[in-house]
Design a protein around this ligand. Sequence first.
Ligand code: ASP
Ligand code: MG
Length: 421
Amino acid sequence: MKVFKFGGASVNSADAIRNMAEIVRQNLHEPLVVVVSAMGKTTNLLEKLIPGIPASDDERQSLLKQTKKYHYDIATSLMDSDDPTFRKLENLFAQLDKATSQPATNYNYDYDQTVSFGELISTTLISGFLNSIGINSQWIDIRQVIRTNENYREGIVDFETTRWQAQKIINSTFNNLNLKLIITQGFIAGTGSGTTTTLGREGSDYSASILSYCLDADYMTIWKDVPGFLNADPKFFPNTIKINQIPYNEAIELAYYGASVIHPKTVKPIQNKGIRLHIKSFINPSAEGSTIGPYDGIEPLTPLYIFKNNQVLISIQPKDFSFIAEENLQNIFAVLAKLNIRVNLMQNSALSFSLCIDYNEILLHQLREALENDFRLVYNTGLQLITIRYYNQQIIDQIVAGRRILLQQRSRTTTQLLVEA
Ligand code: ASP
Ligand code: MG
């Protein structure tokens, strides 16, 4: 058994879905679970439809229409108009209409009840298309399989229940229906009381990894629009190098520093079982790609770069000129944890504590409000955080290119530089 994950970009048009179907067709020698994201940028669109967000019902209707047209145009070019899939899609859009016309309640809860339709719709459409071209598949509602708590927008997975449900539902589907292919949703999950949750943006990688773990998959593959795990994001860097082999821990560190190729939570479950994770190109599916697995080091050994834009550096100084010591730090961290602010880099001196976070106006304001009684806050915005693993001075000089460095940290393998953009 193996698990494939197809992200939004791999299913964003009729041609993309035909291409995906071909990849699936060529991989049906053994049972295959296919995890699919919402098509293209659908999740972004659905985020605008959450109760309380549209400025008027007209705006809601118009966004709804736009979402529907995008999917129907694709479905119409893939299937005959009398295909039963259209009735299922009609039903899902009616449910979406209903869900988004409710009054706003709790934002995180409303978020999950709305954006989850992206994956329900994409998998319904794709599974219908596959069946229509003779690739027999069973659609499964993953909300009955992946169990989380009620931490809406970032459900915490209950692996025990999930493993039990996965083995029961997915294995019995393979055995009883005598088929080789299951199509299911990434990103979404369900609580014990049957409400819908999500696993956090870009969470479909994690879904595939949860299923790989629970079903003891032989391996997992993420199909992407890049040839594999590159040493830098090609959006920021002209000459990227593909890394063929990445140890599990290295992949975890890279995702932690912000490498966008893989969702940070993805690696732990498969590492736990020693399952290999392949990253391959859906544009060139026969090419080698990259593998995350039980290796000793990356191959080839080359510097790795991670860029994070739109960073802010905050310096926090106690107003009473006390030292930044345990007590002050404890108070600052309590506020950070309460506001759910992730610190990308931090440093302290006797009189000041500096931290670098993603710029977010609302959170910055709340942070200032929570701390300004006891501390003085100064900040610099518009910064770039560069992380380089396996660095040397020449590489640093090249990348910094004369810009002012506001903060730098070095360990044996990694340096992080906060520079003016
Ligand atoms: N559709 C979700 C998102 O865009 C999940 C995913 O694509 O992984 O965040
Ligand atoms: Mg993605």
